[in-house]
Design a protein around this ligand. Sequence first.
Ligand SMILES: *Cc1c(COP(=O)(O)O)cnc(C)c1O
Length: 373
Amino acid sequence: MPTQQTVPLVDLHAQYVLIRPEIDAAIQSVITRSAFIMGPDVREFEARFAEYCTASFAVGVASGTAALELTLRAYGIGAGDEVITSAHTFIATAEAISAVGAHPVFAEIDAQTYTLDPDAVAAVLTPATRAVLPVHIYGQPADMDRLMHMAQVHDLTVIEDAAQAHGALWYGRRVGTLGHAACFSFYPGKNLGAYGDAGAVTTDDARIAEQVSLLRNHGRHSKYLHDIKGFGERIDTLQAAILTAKLRHLEAWTAARRRLAARYTELLADYQSEIVLPFVHANAAPAWHLYVIRTQQRDALLDHLNRSGIGAGIHYPTPLHLQPAYADLGYVRGALPVTEEVADTCLSLPIFPEMTDAQQDSVVAAIRTFLGD
Ligand SMILES: *Cc1c(COP(=O)(O)O)cnc(C)c1O
């Protein structure tokens, strides 16, 4: 019998315990100053995060969803416009498109990286296409070179959904600088997670940074003068202070994820007749938000792992084109065969920077038991 230990999908408490003094000091300093809205902590985080991404600007907002929505608005995308994205993602990607009044168009994903397939994007371009919204799903960068080339030819805006990909590299360049703008989530379980909701937009375009920063804060430059109709979608100041403290650790955490991902791939290499391991593009360094395998016996394996105390999960079981919320778009099963196959077979194994080799060994042991080894 393999040693059985409880392994969660992600362990936020284990991380807090390791950095408690820094987090507590960050929270305390905001409360002591009692500047709870915007202020120097937000500016500090924005400067640090822009620097981390090697982007000219970072604008803190209330969530990853707000980042997507405000970025689309900043580009003036709305009614009558089509935005092409992937259906293999969290629903927020498409909701943001709907929220601004534009029309989401789902294109097929690449069968290896699970990111937008540029040929599939080309196939659904119309005169109404204004933007492409590739998702760096699981922390794997999309094929940004081909998408940016297409954008140049067809005069499109490319907005990266980098909610799962903080620190991922594409040909040595950070996600967040590859498209015209990029949207990050700091939802607690993300690679850089706040202790509540938060998000950011990165861009090299000063006009877009300015527009997002107006939109998030009621369209104002000064307290009671509102240049445009905006929203209340500011990043929370406590969250900004926490994120500045956590950002100092992000490179080490990403390195830990990369080591664990390589170790999974090594330990599971002998089982490739039954499970498909993650593919890594030769010129990408993923951020490994999730380590996702695929198997035809997905539901049975998930059940076995969960009963063995292992917090495996599915990201995501129902692709967006088949969600009840998007029934109005008229897609039917069979419309996106690769996306549907991935949704039916994908399984996320636990991965988080604090995961021990012993925890990882028990995940692998449970998989081996399931496969009858
Ligand atoms: C988490 C996530 C979002 C939304 O971010 P929130 O901060 O939860 O609003 C958007 N897209 C993807 C791919 C995500 O994983």
